[in-house]
Design a protein around this ligand. Structure first.
Ligand code: MN
Length: 414
């Protein structure tokens, strides 16, 4: 006689976190989120994320390593800092690199407004910075919201200037104007995509002119004068700058039950924060662990601080040499496993038509394992191996991790 099957055990279903956990576990989730909110409020740019994560790792005994210096083999907890914008944390295992590594990866950058190469100008008595937006923004999100300014520039004498304005209550904020409803008829008839032009997203930075009426561009010059008095900046220095405007919003609880969290930069600092916590708390020190916090994901992972740079290869090559490993770089990659962490979209009942409800992740149903992404006919996708997926879900089930799967919207929506 064949064994009787419980039919409901045959189904693949995800359950809500709130239904599955006890009071103590709920309280732990809220407590964890308090620290996450504080983290989000401290970090508004990729550089600030890198600085903050290094600080947290330092507290657990991780130390920065200079690739031009010898490695102290007694120290197993290493940090490699790439221009202050991306960082790789490595906890060497008992046999250093010989068994390969377990790699976690998340990105530190978020959509924002960068500046054009000659950003400062005045028009009709108002001084502006002209931005070039970074990453996939929706332009209508940006007018009429408070903006903070953060960034770095280098003076002629090579001095680094750090600017951070707008996050504290007594500091000014910045603004992109919006058209008042009474004058908007022409714009209202345009499709959403064309309603706001990128060249209209200009940031108001001042409006008081210099007193000498003979001078041209008195408002622009007054702004330059302020920048010079406060930071020794001349106009050409703005060309060296990494200056970013980001929304001035504090991370806050959402809903009567405080069950959700709203903030700028969740994507992908939620993975940065959770991966870092997991990495620092992991007690299994047998195999080498790597946490890669990469920059420039929002623009296609290109450039010297991105995941496509050779920074990881550079570090592994250094470690192979200094730990006298028998492995080649290629052997090391072959023996290693990696999870790329990022945010996905949960099913939104307000926009049902964008989702395939049977293949969507759901709010509150735990972390999402995405086997593959890609667009149209799975173009550009990285398809995870069946063996690796099985290994992960067995591990999660064994450790009672609440997980689900899902796709980022319908096919052909991307
Ligand atoms: Mn992302």
């Amino acid at each position: 006689m064949p064994k009787k099957v419980k039919f409901e055990n045959l189904l693949f279903k995800s359950e809500s976190f709130w239904d599955k956990v006890n009071q103590k576990e709920k309280a732990a989730a809220f407590e964890f989120s308090e620290d996450y909110k504080k983290f989000l409020n401290r970090v508004k740019t990729e550089k600030q994320v890198v600085t903050e994560t290094i600080k947290l790792a330092n507290q657990q005994g991780f130390k920065e390593v200079n690739l031009d210096e010898d490695l102290n083999l007694k120290n197993k907890k290493l940090i490699f800092n790439n221009r202050g914008k991306s960082a790789i944390f490595i906890h060497l295992g008992e046999n250093n690199l010989e068994q390969g590594a377990k790699v976690l990866l998340a990105h530190v950058d978020a959509p924002r407004l960068d500046l054009k190469v000659k950003p400062l100008y005045e028009d009709s008595g108002i001084a502006y910075f002209k931005p070039h937006y970074y990453g996939g923004i929706k332009k209508y999100h940006w007018p009429a919201i408070p903006l903070e300014l953060h960034g770095t520039l280098i003076l002629k004498n090579k001095q680094h200037i750090e600017i951070s304005l707008g996050s504290k209550k007594d500091e000014p904020i910045f603004l992109i104007s919006d058209l008042l409803p009474h004058l908007e008829q022409e714009r209202m008839d345009k499709p959403l995509k064309k309603a706001i032009d990128a060249e209209e997203l200009n940031i108001i930075v001042g409006s008081i002119p210099l007193t000498d009426k003979k001078i041209k561009n008195r408002v622009k010059l007054a702004v330059l004068d302020w920048l010079n008095k406060n930071y020794q900046i001349k106009e050409v220095d703005l060309f060296t700058a990494d200056l970013h405007f980001v929304p001035h919003f504090e991370a806050r609880d959402i809903g009567f039950d405080r069950s959700m969290l709203g903030a700028y930069g969740h994507d992908d600092r939620v993975c940065v924060y959770t991966c870092l916590q997991a990495f620092l708390e992991s007690q299994n020190n047998q195999q080498t662990k790597i946490l890669y916090l990469a920059d420039k994901e929002e623009i296609g992972s290109v450039g010297a601080t991105s995941a496509q740079s050779l920074f990881l290869e550079n570090i592994l090559d250094y470690l192979i040499k200094h730990t006298h490993s028998s492995l080649s770089l290629y052997d090391l990659f072959r023996k290693s496993q990696a999870i790329s962490a990022d945010v996905t979209a949960a099913f939104d009942p307000d926009y049902k038509s964008a989702y395939d409800v049977h293949n969507s992740a759901h709010l509150g149903h735990g972390l999402v394992l995405e086997k593959y992404l890609g667009y149209r006919g799975k173009m550009m996708t990285v398809d995870a191996e069946p063996k690796f997926i099985r290994q992960l879900i067995n591990l999660f089930d064994q450790r009672k991790v609440i997980w689900q799967t899902g796709h980022l919207g319908k096919v052909d929506q991307l």
